[in-house]
Design a protein around this ligand. Structure first.
Ligand code: PLP
Ligand code: LYS
Length: 390
């Protein structure tokens, strides 16, 4: 069964749960790999989006590497079959223990985010008698068209080494004997739908790479980060994101030298559309002001994106869709059970008349859904079900 549907006569498992369409995941992976392959580009999957072992197995089988943002993610990638040489480790606050672990694991490269971090990695690599690969994460000061909480490459952001510090970084690298610089890393933000933002990034990277080359630094790898957005409004209109347009934008705008490899770190675009959060209506009620609420058994503990970024997810009443009798619609707010006013998935949306026991699907939740779950209000973590019945 692809998208979750209610089959008359069968019981819906205990809600809430996440449901993943593995066929869509495979189609997405194939399209991403084919489109990147056209230009010899390589993809590292950003584990931060989702670390379900079955999802990681599909991603690993499709030949993607792993982009990790903590030592725990590095360990998770290794345990799920990614070769250490396919793993990169970014993150603005890597602890000594995490760095030591990653050096010992023999990962491909660290994406370094500050001058001080370079010193620490050098020192810890020296202790293990190793020389490690590093790419400098440069903050390119590009403003993408997305929510400010998920923008990362602007001059006021905490991420990366500022372009005003590249001289100092280069001088520092000359002193460090246990770090080998292999390239540059960039990431301007997430859920970016306008290709012009990526074109602007590519043009900035051309300038920055040229500067490094003028200083005699050989850049074997250029890592453009992730960020390709998806259609949250109408997931069925674009189940597989526009990888063709995305990679073509870099082909058209990024200058690549002979022998240089270009890497991408995609998270959301790989896994978001294959996931749904399935929940039941516990209660319905109408406020004194006349607002209709459907209170669900999933809340911000299962999916925090609406509360955190005012993110929009399409919500469907699967019971109403399965009904023989069409139901009238009205304006509904769909809210969770958590003791927080921000625990609302949608406000005043046109929605089928909803009743206690109805099963709802919150769409496009494969990325930054289950992975951002919490135990707040002492709630257990929702399980995952897969389209092949497991
Ligand atoms: C450094 C880095 N790489 C990759 C990603 C993955 O981004 P996305 O899920 O938007 O593809 C992120 C998240 O924004 C990130 O911070
Ligand atoms: N967690 C965010 C994206 C952050 C991406 C990581 N830098 C979201 O749900 O959209």
């Amino acid at each position: 069964m692809p998208k979750y549907t209610i089959v008359p006569g069968t019981e819906v498992p205990q809600t809430p749960f996440y449901y993943y369409d593995l066929d869509l995941l495979r189609r997405t992976l194939k399209t991403a790999a084919d489109e990147a392959g056209k230009y010899g580009y390589r993809i590292h999957y950003a584990l931060k989006a989702n670390v379900e072992p079955r999802i990681l197995a599909e991603i690993q089988r499709a030949g993607l590497g792993a982009d990790c943002v903590s030592g725990y993610e590095v360990r998770c990638a290794v345990e799920n079959g990614f070769a250490p040489q396919q793993i990169v480790f970014a993150g603005v606050g890597k602890s000594d223990r995490e760095i030591e672990y990653a050096i010992r694991a023999g990962i491909f490269a660290f994406n370094c985010e500050s001058l001080q971090e370079l010193e620490v990695i050098d020192e810890l690599a020296a202790k293990q008698g190793k020389v490690v690969n590093a790419a400098l994460r440069i903050n390119p000061n590009v403003q993408p068209d997305t929510h400010k909480y998920i923008s990362t490459g602007q001059s006021e952001s905490k991420f990366g080494i500022s372009y005003t510090e590249v001289d100092a970084a280069l001088a520092k690298l000359h002193e460090l004997e246990h770090i080998r610089i292999v390239g540059l890393h960039f990431h301007i933000g997430s859920q970016i739908r306008k290709m012009e933002s990526f074109a602007e990034l590519a043009r900035r990277v051309n300038e920055i790479a040229e500067w490094f080359e003028s200083k005699g630094v050989e850049l074997k790898h250029l890592n453009m980060g992730g960020g390709l957005g998806i259609d949250y409004g109408d997931p069925d209109a674009e189940p597989v994101p526009d990888f063709a347009g995305y990679f073509r934008t870099f082909r058209d705008n990024l200058r690549v030298r002979e022998g240089q490899t270009v890497h991408f770190e995609l998270g959301r675009s790989i896994v978001a559309q294959c996931g749904e959060l399935i929940t039941r209506v516990l209660y319905t009620k109408t406020t004194a002001g006349g607002a209709h609420f459907a209170i669900t058994d999933a809340g911000m503990t299962e999916l925090i994106r609406p509360a955190l970024y005012s993110a929009h997810h399409r919500i469907e009443n699967l019971t109403a869709e399965a009904d023989r009798q069409p139901r009238p619609t009205g304006l509904y707010s769909i809210a969770g059970p958590i003791c927080e006013s921000s625990d609302v998935f949608a406000r005043d949306i046109e929605f089928p008349e909803s009743r206690r026991g109805d099963v709802l699907s919150i769409r496009s939740t494969g990325a930054y859904g289950s992975i951002m779950a919490s135990n707040y209000n002492m709630r257990p973590i929702a399980p995952s079900l897969f389209s092949d019945g497991e």
